[in-house]
Design a protein around this ligand. Structure first.
Ligand SMILES: Cc1cc2nc3c(=O)[nH]c(=O)nc-3n(C[C@H](O)[C@H](O)[C@H](O)COP(=O)(O)O)c2cc1C
Length: 233
């Protein structure tokens, strides 16, 4: 049976030497096509200090094809961040079902420069900014009511006056809320990247590229040329 025939097309032949422009093009196309909610969602797999894997969805907020990394934002004290800080090796998957496309990556996650996290945080609405202060992500809390109480208490400390519910303000002016030190970006530098395109009768088109990363600073790597190979589906 032919699945999703409109996804069509095959990977270029010969394969491009560098897969990142093609991957970035697919990422952009997925944002434009509006074929699903959150087309920038990706599943992020980490391995904690005991070797236990875990995965969750995060949003890709920047796809920087040159020199080649992706950025997501999170709480630096969350379970995923604790895993990354113990073991920087991660895997990512983006899947656009309606487009019949998948991108897989394995690589190294490093904290984004603080100024970059500041700049991104400043673009967020006041509610998300308050949320970053209000929630101790991944930590237990007894009840929803207790969580809302905690958010209200932290809002008061930030000089934010909330309305009847936690998503509304008592006044009209959006408050100035700085980035919490425990919240920011991670850059994921892929050292392996697979592009997968759905084909009829499960004869999909797959190609995998690998490169070597050499650390040049806390958040930057020098990247070797990529090596490409086609994979059987
Ligand atoms: C569509 C979607 C987008 C999400 N985006 C993010 C995100 O960008 N950053 C984040 O920390 N959590 C995001 N989450 C929540 C995570 O999946 C996860 O619940 C949270 O980060 C805690 O994970 P952890 O306990 O493994 O650290 C998102 C969830 C969904 C369903």
């Amino acid at each position: 049976m032919t699945r999703n025939p409109e996804s069509g097309g095959q990977l270029p032949n010969p394969l491009p030497e560098n897969p990142l422009p093609l991957a970035a093009e697919w990422f952009e196309h997925a944002q434009q096509s509006a074929s699903q909610r959150n087309p920038n969602a990706m599943s992020l797999a980490t391995v904690d200090k005991d070797g236990t894997p875990s995965a969750r969805i995060v949003l890709c907020k920047a796809f920087v094809a040159e020199p080649g990394y992706l950025v997501f934002y999170t709480n630096y004290e969350s379970a995923k961040s604790r895993a990354i800080l113990a073991n920087e090796r991660v895997a990512l998957i983006m899947h656009w079902d309606a487009l019949g496309q998948q991108i897989r990556m394995e690589g190294i996650a490093v904290k984004s420069p603080a100024a970059e996290s500041d700049a991104y945080f400043a673009t967020r609405g006041w509610g998300s900014r308050l949320g970053a202060w209000g929630s101790d992500q991944s930590k237990p809390i007894a009840t929803r009511a207790q969580l809302e109480k905690q958010i209200r208490e932290r809002a008061v400390k930030l000089g934010v006056e909330l309305g009847k519910d936690i998503n509304t303000l008592a006044g009209n002016t959006p408050p100035d809320i700085p980035r919490p030190p425990h919240w920011g970006g991670f850059r994921v530098w892929p050292e392996a990247l697979e592009i997968w395109r759905e084909g009829a009768d499960r004869i999909h088109d797959r190609a995998r590229w690998v490169r070597a990363l050499t650390r040049t600073s806390d958040d930057t790597f020098e990247c070797s040329a990529w090596k490409a190979s086609r994979l059987q589906p």
